[in-house]
Design a protein around this ligand. Structure first.
Ligand code: FUL
Length: 485
């Protein structure tokens, strides 16, 4: 038949066309993200981690008696701030770059900064605002107005309340106060359960689990802090330093809240930890937590050192600035916080890796290319293939444009939403080792001995828990470095 050959040709073209469509459809599907390596953070923990800096305000009876730890026998008449202005406190938080501020609502001396219905030892018995004041109310209102999120600290150890030492009565008292704090003031983003009490303190069993469950019932997406979490753990010191190795995970069953000897475990975390409980570094800008006339703020160089050793080691920095007896942050402290916030912006506001070309030991596929470490987005990341790196580790290399400026800080960030993986890493500039470390986590910052202007920056990773997922590699110039090194 005369039409034979042309028919078969047509069929052939049809087949090619169909195959092409199928192939095109295949090319249009996405490579799925790799499986998480457990444990992983909750959405609230992840959002908390990305805050990086949180403000802490210690203010209360101690501010007026000029001590760090009261006795519980103080006269409420002493509480008399002449010009308390919580809006100015929020200026301080914003200046330091904090998006969350935590107020000590009751410290160990038991004096309550809100008019609690369950005790007479509160602002209600003070001359401030003629006994009608509510510091927690003013604090949370000012935070809301300023777009800063609010958190609260309620000391379990209470030197004033007569029920302290009676297990049921005191736990009921404490729980009633938690109810007040978590139902009267709108959303609360973090609550602090301080495990500290004096060595000679009355014996007292706290019903932590009841407290935690109640907190969750009242504020569904709050983060609960204590030595052992459940959401955020103490870092184990009050210097503001995390361990150079710092895992976000721990085994909660290995931690007894308030007990001695847990500091190193808290400082470093546990690569075999089964719960995600990242650490928070609490430290004051002054020697004390409370304001004292004769104390002054730490110099900028020290604050930056704290930043590198907390935020730069997979932690959140909880920086305390104490309002004074007038009810304001001292002018000099405010200036120091401004300096600190501006310095962090100045160092990290410019990324000298910009314009680099990235390549890596392998790429998982479309959407997980090496270049994702340069796009400035937390949600995207470089992922190597599952087979890569088992023997010799993984690497990523940035080739910087000609004439790129010198840097002295290297920033590496893991996409911890899918678990923390990196256990060792090394940084090379033009083939020369300039930094090495163990864990990375949300953010690892390396300060180099001096600025370098190399063309290639290569980072090698070892990660047995699963291939490293790297969301960012940044290069920065810290002009303050000579002050600290
Ligand atoms: C400690 C307390 O004893 C200090 O006074 C301060 O509140 C600090 C944040 O926690 O355990």
């Amino acid at each position: 038949m005369g039409g034979g050959p042309s028919m078969s040709l047509l069929c052939y073209y049809c087949l090619v066309f169909v195959a092409g469509v199928v192939a095109a459809a295949g090319a249009g599907t996405s490579v799925p993200p790799p499986l998480p390596v457990l444990p992983i953070p909750t959405a609230a923990q992840l959002a908390w981690q990305r805050r990086e800096v949180i403000m802490f305000f210690h203010f209360g009876m101690n501010t007026f008696t000029d001590v760090e730890r009261g006795t519980g026998a103080e006269n409420p008449a002493l509480f008399a701030p002449a010009a308390l202005n919580a809006t100015q406190w929020m200026d301080a938080a914003a200046a330091a770059g904090a998006s969350l501020a935590i107020l000590v609502a009751k410290h160990h001396d038991g004096f309550c900064l809100w008019p609690s219905a369950y005790t007479a030892h509160s602002v209600r018995a003070s001359p401030w605002r003629a006994g009608n004041g509510d510091v927690v109310g003013e604090f949370t209102a000012a935070a809301r107005a300023r777009g800063v999120d609010a958190g609260l600290y309620l000391s379990p150890w209470d030197l004033h309340d007569r029920h302290y030492g009676q297990e049921v009565a005191y736990n009921e008292y404490y729980m009633a106060q938690l109810h007040e704090l978590l139902t009267r003031y709108g959303r609360v983003w973090e609550i602090w359960f301080d495990g500290n009490k004096g060595t000679n303190a009355t014996k007292m069993t706290y019903h932590f689990q009841e407290w935690f469950d109640t907190v969750r019932q009242l504020q569904g997406s709050i983060n609960i802090f204590s030595d052992a979490g459940p959401d955020i753990r103490w870092v184990g010191d009050e210097k503001g330093f995390a361990g150079t190795t710092c895992w976000s995970a721990v085994n909660q069953s290995s931690i007894t809240i308030g007990s001695a000897g847990i500091e190193k475990y808290l400082n470093e975390g546990d690569p075999r930890g089964t719960e995600w409980v990242p650490p928070e570094c609490d430290v004051s800008i002054r020697p004390g937590w409370f304001w004292h006339r004769n104390e002054t703020a730490k110099p900028l160089s020290q604050l930056l050192n704290i930043y590198y050793n907390s935020v730069g080691r997979n932690c959140v920095l909880l920086l305390n600035a104490p309002p004074n007896a007038t009810g304001l942050i001292d002018g000099a402290d405010m200036a120091r916080l401004r300096e600190f916030g501006a310095a962090v912006k100045r160092i990290f506001g410019t990324d000298l890796a910009e314009g680099s070309r990235a390549r890596a030991s392998s790429e998982r596929g479309g959407g997980f290319e090496a270049g994702k470490v340069l796009d400035g987005r937390e949600e995207t990341y470089w992922a190597p293939t599952a087979e890569d790196g088992r023997r010799n580790g993984y690497w990523i290399e940035l080739r910087r444009p000609a004439g790129a400026r010198a840097f002295n800080v290297v920033r590496i960030q893991e996409h911890v939403a899918l678990g923390q993986r990196v256990e060792r890493h090394e940084v090379y500039v033009d083939g020369v080792a300039v930094a090495r470390g163990t864990t990375v986590g949300h953010k690892r910052l390396h300060r180099l001995a001096c600025p370098v202007a190399g063309r290639t920056v290569k980072i090698w990773f070892a990660a047995r828990r699963g291939p490293p997922l790297v969301s960012a590699v940044g290069l920065h110039l810290d002009p303050y470095a000579t002050d600290v090194m």
